[in-house]
Design a protein around this ligand. Structure first.
Ligand SMILES: *Cc1c(COP(=O)(O)O)cnc(C)c1O
Length: 383
């Protein structure tokens, strides 16, 4: 990679993270242990002390375990958005459930409450929503639907650690909420995730599911408290977070507001620089929400701006700027078409957005010069 290439989603890693990893290694306990527990506490504090956290090795794991702990039956339907990462849909399938897409709102790019309602059948048991790009979903309407139809709500908060909706943090509405600390996310542990459970019993179950289905506190079985027998009480998984990951996470969490402020500043620089270009910018942020500014997405319609999305992506790479596509509509993916019979016209808005959308770099790692380079590349390609 050339030195001047602006990497998409580059993490900010500083001396504190490096020191924390070294200290963890010197401590001799690198698996799940005291630092994972401390990271859980710090994370739940950040969320206002609401909910019961379980640290895991990815958000994908968090989604999978949530769907199992939700105690649904094989074939039950889970309504989700077509504009998401495939992990959201795969987790539903791996839990033995049936994903059903409800189209997005063309403005907010979040799942549309009216579409959710229209997809409810007698087999619907849950809604798995995504706060896309860090913008909160319409939680009043969605929680109302969930109450009326007695549905479990799971929030995919992979973009939305800092998001709030009407002063309530994202991840504190649903029965389960899933967070990601993947490299490109708002804070990172290299790989990592967290479930925030609404109730304590669910969190205890998730903890068991995340460690082979072994009974309570099995991670301590090699500690100085002496060997403890465990019992296998579930068909569990290997999804626990290590203390090396948690050590990075603890330091990253201390910086979360600084990182968000940096992305917010880039967001507004882009929005004013691109205001007159023939492209669709992210919907304006409303007063009753805090946006997490995880993605800055633009939409390119070749008929309007003269260049296709894919040609734009190539031109950006040539200009030394890394970009992303979040996301090609799930109904366009061949596996789901083959196995679930999905087709692009089932969710026309998601399909169109997925064909025209492109994410520009917005990481806190970007220098002022990087941001200027992105702006001039976009302007130059579109002029
Ligand atoms: C990144 C992401 C995931 C998966 O997160 P991992 O931690 O990489 O497993 C799930 N859903 C969405 C919306 C994401 O952006």
């Amino acid at each position: 990679m050339s030195d001047s290439f602006v990497v998409f989603g580059a993490p900010v890693l500083e001396q504190e993270e490096i020191d924390a990893v070294v200290e963890t290694m010197r401590s001799g306990w690198i698996g799940s242990g005291p630092r994972s527990a401390a990271f859980e506490d710090a994370f739940s504090d950040f969320k206002g002390g609401s909910g019961y956290p379980v640290a895991l090795n990815s958000c994908t794991a968090a989604l999978h375990i949530s769907l199992i702990a939700a105690d649904l039956s094989d074939g039950d339907e889970v309504i989700t958005t077509p504009l998401t990462f495939c992990a959201t849909v795969n987790a539903i399938l791996h839990a033995g459930l049936k994903p059903v897409l409800a189209d997005i709102d063309g403005e907010t790019l979040n799942i549309c409450p009216r579409e959710i309602e229209s997809k409810i059948t007698e087999n619907t048991r849950a809604i798995l929503l995504v706060h896309f790009a860090g913008r909160p979903c319409e939680m009043d309407a969605i929680m109302d639907i969930a109450r009326r139809h007695d549905l479990i709500v799971i929030e995919d908060c992979a973009h939305a650690i800092e998001t709030t909706y009407r002063n309530q943090p994202a991840g504190t509405f649903g029965d389960f909420s899933c967070f990601s600390f993947y490299v490109t996310k708002n804070i990172t542990t290299a790989e990592g995730g967290m479930i925030l459970c609404r109730n304590e019993a669910d969190a205890a179950r998730c903890r068991v599911l995340a460690l082979h289905g072994m009974s309570k506190d099995a991670w301590k079985r090699f500690s100085d408290e002496g060997y403890k027998h465990y019992q296998v009480i579930e068909r569990g998984f290997k999804y626990n977070m290590t203390d090396i990951q948690a050590a990075i996470g603890i330091e990253q969490l201390k910086k979360i507001n600084r990182f968000r402020a940096a992305r917010e500043s880039i967001w507004y620089q882009y929005s004013s620089a691109f205001a007159n270009l023939p492209i669709v910018l992210p919907a304006p942020i409303e007063e009753d929400m805090e946006h997490a500014y995880h993605l800055y997405t633009i939409q390119l319609d070749k008929e309007v701006c003269g260049i296709s999305r894919d040609d734009f992506l190539m031109a950006m790479t040539k200009a030394g700027i890394g970009t992303g596509v979040h996301y090609t509509c799930m109904a366009e993916q061949p596996y789901y078409q083959k196995e679930l019979g999905w087709s692009p016209q089932d969710t026309p808005i998601g399909t169109q957005v997925g064909r025209q959308i492109c994410s520009l770099p917005i990481s806190a790692k970007l220098s002022a010069g990087d941001v200027e380079n992105v702006i001039s590349a976009v302007r130059c390609i579109l002029n």
